[in-house]
Ligand binder design. Structure first.
Ligand code: GRF
Length: 190
């Protein structure tokens, strides 16, 4: 399956997806990385690994932004999309074109703590366990069908940084496995 990875930042999850796809038994080919931020470290990190990585700044108009993305995906015959720290909300118009073909990784046990401050909100709520969720993306933010979750214990001395680091370790092992499962289901349904 041809995969596009969308990022906005450092791209540590993206690197784990690239590593997974380089495995000879993988069903995934990462054809493209799209980033909305020109200064994001992930762009260079993808290119260093021989993956085409382009920047499409998000600008003011979501439809213009998404149309540009759509053209690039179609050109490369992309089958599905992994959101790996992509910090823009996609419109229903876009997600409806890719039903069950966009997956996201989120740093909480959904449906708790949706949105961009998930780790902070979990700490503020005083929960003793949190974790990460891989899910399909639908129009409503962080609300699509859940594919997999991993649990992380919250220690008394955790702050946002230490907790996020522990959650990310789980993300890094879980998200590549989920990408592979989704790819297989696409490959075998063709
Ligand atoms: C991850 O924690 C992910 O859950 C969230 O954004 C973060 C991205 O980190 N959606 P990275 O760019 O993969 O390092």
């Amino acid at each position: 399956a041809n995969v596009a990875v969308f990022i906005s930042g450092t791209g540590s999850n993206m690197i784990n997806l690239i590593n997974q796809a380089s495995n000879p038994s993988s069903h995934c080919t990462i054809r493209l990385v799209i980033c909305n931020k020109p200064e994001a470290k992930g762009l260079e990190r993808a290119r260093e690994r021989g993956i085409e990585a382009i920047c499409i700044p998000h600008g003011d108009d979501r439809h213009v932004f998404e149309n540009k993305i759509y053209q690039e995906l179609i050109k490369r015959d992309i089958d599905f999309i992994c959101l790996a720290g992509f910090m823009r909300i996609l419109t229903g118009e876009f997600t409806q074109k890719w039903v069950n073909r966009i997956i996201n990784i989120h740093p909480s046990l959904l449906p708790s703590f949706k949105g961009k401050d998930a780790v902070k909100l979990a700490l503020e709520a005083g929960v003793k366990v949190t974790g990460c969720t891989a899910h399909f993306v639908s129009e409503e933010v962080d609300a699509g069908k859940i594919i997999a979750q991993e649990v992380v214990a919250v220690e008394d001395n955790d702050d946002e940084k230490t907790l996020h680091t522990k959650i990310q370790e789980k993300e890094h092992s879980m998200f590549p496995k989920v990408m592979e499962i989704v790819a297989k289901s696409i490959v075998f349904s063709i």
